[in-house]
Structures are given as C-alpha cells and as structure tokens.
Design a protein around this ligand. Structure first.
Ligand code: PLP
Length: 384
C-alpha cells in the first residue's frame, strides 16, 4: 500500500488491508472483500463493530457535549467510575482515567513511586506499552534498546517463576507488575498459584501488586478482570483495549490503601474520562451485563479451545475465555495467519509458532463454526 508509506511514518509495517466498514464480527475492506474478524482491533472491539448500543451512546453524547476536561465533572465519568469500583468488589477503590494502555501503566508507575520506594519488578517478555515509562516495564529488550536510557531500577524476571521473584522483590520494591495472562508474548498462562504467591510476597514486603489487565480485562477471559480466577485482589488494576469498545479509553484503578496515594496535582490527562469515550464504556458494560456475556465467553472459550486442539499440527492451545493462543509444532504460524486472511478470517501471527485470536465477545455460534472451518482448512493448506 504505497499511499500509507507516503504519509505515515515507518514505525509500523505497511498494512496489506485497508478496512472501510464493519458490523458485528465482520469487516469489509476497500476492495469489497469480507472478513470474519477474530482479532477485534487487538482484543479491543469487545462488542464487535458498529454495535447499536455503542453507536447510540456515542452519537447521543457527541451531539450533546463532546469534551469538558477534568476541570469539570460529567455524569458519564462518575457513572463509569462507580461501575468500575463495583466491578473490583472493593468499595474503597478509586479510578483514574486516561486514553491508552501505556498511559494506564504510566499512572501505575507514578502511583507506585508515591509509596516512597522506587524499585520495580516486572517480567521478561511482558508487554506494558511503548511510552518511556511503560517501555521500561515492558520485558522485550528489542523494543527498547534504541531508546535507552530507560527508567532506572526496573528488574525483569522470568514470567511464572516465583523463585526469581523472591530473589528480587524486597522492602525497597515500589511495585510488582504482571499481566494475569501475557497477551502479546503469545497468550502465556502462568502456573497455578502464581498470582496468589505474588499477593503474599507483596503483602510481606509492602510492594504494590499491579495487574496489567489492559488485554485481559473487560470480559475477555470470561471475568471482568483477567486475574479473578485466582481469588485474590491486586493493589492496582490497569485497563484499556476493551474498555471503550473501540474508543480510546484507559483506566488505572487503585484498591484499598493505594487509592489514597495520589494527591491533587500528582497526575492528569486532558482527555482522560472524556464524555464520549466514557459513554461508549458504559454502553459496553451495560451490554455485557444485560446479554450475560461473561458466562457466554467462558463457555464458548472452553469449547473453542477443545476444538482447536484437535487440528492436525497444533501442539497446544492455551488462554482463557476468548483470548486464545494456538501453538503449532512447526514454525508456520505467520503463513497460517496469512492464509486465513486470504480465506476471509483475520487472526494474529504472534510469532513463528503462535497464532493469537481475540474475537468480539458477542461472537455467535455460527461465526465460531465458520472460523473453525476456515482456520482448519488454512492450516492444512499451509502444512501440505
Ligand atoms: C496493548 C497492551 C498495552 C499497551 O496499550 P496501548 O493502548 O497500546 O498503549 C499494555 N499492556 C498490555 C497487557 C497490552 O496488551
């Protein structure tokens, strides 16, 4: 696509497809081809494309009052914060709104420094965003090496390795940040008991436990937040991706005592909690509730994972709910993803061996069946 590189910077690869419209789990490109969207804007369009509830809420809000800044309150920002507080199950939780996952993690980084400690422990291969603070947390040296120096005092330990955590987390640690399931790294599920052990360690040392739920939040795993299966609560939750149902919106939620750490003047964002983005988020949450999508996501996910595991050449299938990593025995993931696209299904080739899928939470049984058929055919076409 020549027109892309003539006006946009080269930080992304040049896209092959140009998408022009969508409805539900279907998108249409500029040549009129249809695709079943099993990536949903990278785990973002939780209600699919052009969902009537989101369209209605956003249209009404932009026609009424589009932006107020945080010098003024607005009913949506309060209603959404109240919803999120309720979803955490902790009445003392308090919300800060921003516009992206990186910004949510920047806010977590800043709130952790208000503990009076400076050191941070994160995990290798993690993804927490691309701004300088978030990039310092991200455990992928190839993404940060050109931009050094990063923030000082950040240590990365192998994901899922409690022994390594015990060696690095101590009374000087401001925060430990982990993804409940690593998304960008290829949908890596931690060993049983990991999140609980992190909770204990942070309780012992006083470090804030931060769960980056940017990808695993908003129903993606069949719970509101990707850590809920563990039964424990973190001190800080970061959200973005699915929160705005396609509109840019992020949040950093502090629970318990950490909700008191930010004081007036400590942090801010002009667009954070914008009336239109928060209208979309309210519509998303209300729809997930009224359509009982959390349970549906859990059920569909279990079945889909079982079916995917039966495909020839698939070594393992992992994830939770509708965040699923499909690992092939051979390094064919990128070719299979390209073949799927040719055959009318959008998925993400995460690495040479792993494909990630994150369909809209409203996905129908019919679309799941169609996906399985095309995905299986595509895998066979590449393998033969
Ligand atoms: C996508 C992602 C981010 C970064 O979000 P942006 O909105 O791209 O800044 C952070 N953490 C996780 C777990 C993510 O998946």
């Amino acid at each position: 696509m020549k027109s892309w590189s003539k006006s946009l910077q080269s930080n992304y690869g040049t896209p092959v497809l140009e998408l022009v419209s969508g409805k539900g789990a279907t998108v249409i490109d500029s040549k009129g081809n249809q695709y079943l969207d099993f990536l949903a804007g990278i785990a973002t369009n939780v209600l699919g494309h052009a969902h009537p509830a989101v369209v209605k809420a956003v249209s009404k809000q932009i026609a009424t009052l589009g932006h107020v800044s945080n010098l003024y309150a607005h009913p949506n920002v309060i209603a959404l914060a109240e919803k999120l507080v309720k979803m955490t199950g902790d009445k003392s939780a308090r919300v800060f709104f921003c516009n992206s996952g990186a910004e949510a993690n920047e806010a977590a980084l800043k709130i952790s420094r208000k503990t009076g400690h400076t050191r941070i422990v994160a995990t290798k291969d993690s993804f927490h965003g691309r701004t300088m603070g978030a990039l310092s947390l991200t455990g992928q040296p190839e993404k940060s090496k050109a931009f050094k120096p990063l923030i000082k005092g950040v240590t990365h330990v192998p994901y899922g390795d409690m022994g390594a955590m015990l060696k690095k987390v101590n009374k000087k640690t401001a925060m430990v940040i982990v993804e409940p399931i690593m998304g960008e790294a290829g949908v890596i599920v931690p060993p049983h008991g990991y999140l609980q052990a992190l909770r204990e360690l942070c309780d012992d040392t006083g470090a804030l436990l931060v769960f980056d739920c940017v990808q695993t939040g908003m129903g993606r795993t069949g719970d509101w937040f990707g850590y809920e299966y563990s039964g424990i609560k973190p001190d800080v939750i970061t959200l973005a991706k699915g929160l705005g149902g396609g509109l840019p919106l992020g949040a950093m939620i502090a629970l318990g005592d950490s909700a008191e750490l930010f004081q007036p003047g400590d942090h801010g964002s002009t667009f954070g909690g914008n009336p239109v983005a928060t209208a979309a988020a309210l519509a998303v949450i209300e729809t997930i509730e009224s359509k009982k999508l959390l349970k549906r996501v859990g059920d569909v996910g279990v079945e889909l994972m079982a079916d995917l595991a039966l495909i020839e050449g698939v070594r393992s299938v992992r994830g939770a709910g509708l965040l699923i990593g499909i690992e092939f025995s051979a390094p064919i993931a990128k070719q299979v993803a390209a073949q799927c696209q040719k055959n009318g299904v959008l998925v993400n080739g995460n690495s040479d061996t792993v494909i990630r899928i994150a369909p809209p939470l409203i996905i129908s049984d019919r679309d799941v069946a169609k996906f399985l058929k095309i995905f299986t055919e595509s895998a066979h076409e590449v393998a033969k």
